[in-house]
Write a protein that binds this ligand. Structure first.
Ligand code: ZN
Length: 164
């Protein structure tokens, strides 16, 4: 992961199966950051079939590469609570009350420029084909313009899914 590579499919599929079969997912689940490869898409389809569940929608958040690099390279993460921050520098105290000991902000290795470029290439090679995989199977693919504030993007997701 530090190099910008993806977590192996087998690991992701194990976590995914366990999560979807758990009581917490009985009324439904949102998978965030999964699926990222077509073998994972196959694995999710098999898991849902086994569980007698269906996929309601695939959300595709669209952001241009320049904006992605800007976001990732401006991100620091607390080494205790793992919260992400933007516009704050490595070495600053996290400041979240629940942290024991108090966390320090660090730049994750996979947010370094070299790793970001690698992640973009991995996306083009392994994740972009997932869009065609779902399109070819007639999935409810919902494209969301993900440029803008968290509130704006959230409102677009709700509107796209018919949740208001
Ligand atoms: Zn923290």
């Amino acid at each position: 992961m530090d190099r910008g590579d993806l977590v192996p499919d087998a690991v992701i599929m194990g976590i995914m199966k366990e999560a979807l079969a758990s009581p917490m997912a009985a009324k439904g689940a949102i998978l965030d950051g999964v699926v990222r490869t077509t073998p994972q898409a196959d694995g999710l389809a098999d898991t849902l079939a086994t569980l007698g569940r269906t996929l309601d929608a695939v959300l595709l958040f669209e952001v241009d590469e320049e904006e992605l690099v800007r976001r990732l390279s401006g991100r620091t993460t607390c080494d205790v609570c793992q919260r992400p921050f933007f516009g704050r520098e490595p070495g600053e105290a996290c400041g979240v009350d629940g942290d024991v000991p108090q966390g320090t902000l660090v730049r994750r290795k996979d947010d370094e420029p070299e790793a970001i470029r690698k992640r973009m290439q991995v996306y083009r090679d392994q994740t972009a084909p997932v869009i065609d995989w779902y399109s070819a199977r007639g999935a409810n693919m919902v494209r969301v313009d993900a440029i803008g504030s968290l509130e704006d993007v959230e409102a677009r997701v709700h509107a796209a899914l018919g949740l208001t």
